[in-house]
Ligand binder design. Structure first.
Ligand code: HOZ
Length: 427
């Protein structure tokens, strides 16, 4: 495959943008090659500036569950843009999307829109601290909740990929308030809570960890956290930026039947436009300014383009059988991949929940961050490069998830399975 134009654009970008990218993992650094620059996308495909087509399993890191450029979403954005791109003032669209979020998540009694997942999680943490009057928070190794100071401690995603799970620039005085525990280890969490009794404001987690690959919660883990938080007056924050409206219309909380006190959303609720949201029990949310004293604000919060893209997307997700289709496509891919990986001498482990998944280069299973770090990332790089060369766009790092869209056809899935078979011979 020819990547000449992408190479030229990357050289130009590196001269003016740190690392040539506006978000680190996009640089393809850990995949051992240079990034492709994107021209356009449609349905299940993404096209680079050199005219190469790829079956896309990145889906803008999750939002594109309908596939790229769904005509109804494009129309909604165009129509809204014709009336104004941003007002910095309330619109009816914000209430409409908030009501749709409340219908999907009954525990989100009130919700505030922001512009990214990072904003959602950092605001939810401030709210939890302000509401409880406690400073400490507890997160899990390898979970990634955006790049706010308190949360960039033993973080997954790019932080893990580039070997800086706790970033320079996060003051030790901030990081000391962030306790970290092993994902899926309830005993350890209980011990930490006991050792810090009355001091922990919140426990925050990805209900399905999607920033150390794809790690489902062990049976009883989520319910155990729920019970512990209730008993200790700790706010349970479920980060569903990735899983919300993805593994079910009501996200991981519907899927597993466990509810948080606060919930963070993003990605799908903006239909591909920059968006985030956090919400939960009215009693807690009412502590936010201007009702209460905990401050949080944003010029582009509730942006009309993002709201209309989100509303249209959610309406389409409500169509009969939508999640059944995502499940069928994902399990078809899973069955095909398991067949080819079983026939290969390369050690692999496939993990999936609904339309999010990951292939680890190790025997597995992967239950936590330490397990994920056992993967052979060099093997992942060889696999990734071979897949890209065969026209399959995967997330360019081992510690990321892949995403299915409803636009992926059987032909796409069969091509992907055949490409995996070939890629494994290159690993
Ligand atoms: N942290 C994101 C993936 N988990 C990266 C998103 C991006 O580079 O756009």
């Amino acid at each position: 495959m020819n990547h000449n134009k992408s190479e030229q654009l990357f050289t130009a970008a590196k001269a003016i943008i740190p690392g040539g990218v506006n978000s680190p993992v996009r640089a393809f650094k850990s995949a051992g090659c240079n990034p492709i620059f994107i021209d356009k996308a449609a349905g299940s495909k993404i096209y680079d500036v050199d005219g190469n087509a790829y079956i896309d399993y990145v889906g803008s890191w999750g939002p594109m569950i309908l596939g790229h450029c769904h005509p109804k979403v494009v129309e909604a954005i165009q129509k809204t843009a014709a009336s104004g791109a941003s007002f910095g003032a309330p619109t009816a669209l914000e209430t409409e999307l908030a009501e749709m979020v409340n219908d999907a998540y009954p525990n989100i009694e009130k919700v505030r829109m922001v512009s990214s997942g990072t904003e959602a999680t950092m605001s939810a943490i401030r709210l939890a601290r302000g509401y409880t009057g406690r400073d400490k928070i507890l997160k899990f190794d390898g979970c990634y909740h955006g790049h706010a100071d308190s949360l960039l401690v033993k973080a997954g995603s790019g932080a893990a990929t580039f070997g800086v799970p706790t970033s320079p620039g996060v003051p030790a005085d901030f990081a000391k308030h962030t306790l970290t525990a092993t994902y899926n280890d309830l005993t350890e969490v209980k011990a930490m809570v006991a050792a810090n009794k009355g001091e922990i404001a919140c426990i925050i987690l990805e209900a399905i960890a999607g920033n150390m690959g794809c790690v489902p919660p062990a049976p009883g883990f989520l319910q155990g956290l729920r019970d512990l938080c209730t008993a200790e007056d700790i706010i349970l924050i479920i980060d569903e930026v990735m899983t919300g409206f993805r593994v079910a219309y009501g996200g991981a909380q519907e899927y597993y039947g466990v509810r948080g006190d606060l919930v963070c959303l993003g990605k799908i609720i903006g239909g591909g436009l920059p968006v985030g949201a956090f919400g939960g029990k009215s009693e807690i949310m009412e502590s936010l300014s201007p009702e209460g004293g905990i401050y949080q604000a944003g010029t582009l919060s509730g942006n009309p383009l993002a709201m209309s893209a989100g509303i249209t997307t959610l309406k389409l997700l409500q169509e009969e059988g939508f999640y059944q289709q995502i499940e069928e496509k994902s399990s078809y891919l899973e069955a095909g991949l398991q067949q080819v990986t079983a026939a290969s001498p390369v050690a692999t482990c496939w993990q999936r929940v609904g339309g999010m998944f990951c292939t680890y280069f190790q025997e597995g299973p992967v239950n936590n961050f330490a397990d994920a770090l056992n993967s052979d990332t060099d093997a992942f790089g060889r696999y990734f490069r071979s897949m890209l060369d065969q026209g399959i766009n995967l997330a360019p790092a081992q510690f990321e998830a892949g995403f299915m869209s409803v636009a992926h056809s059987k032909e796409d899935l069969d091509k992907t399975i055949a490409a995996v078979e070939k890629a494994l011979t290159a690993v």
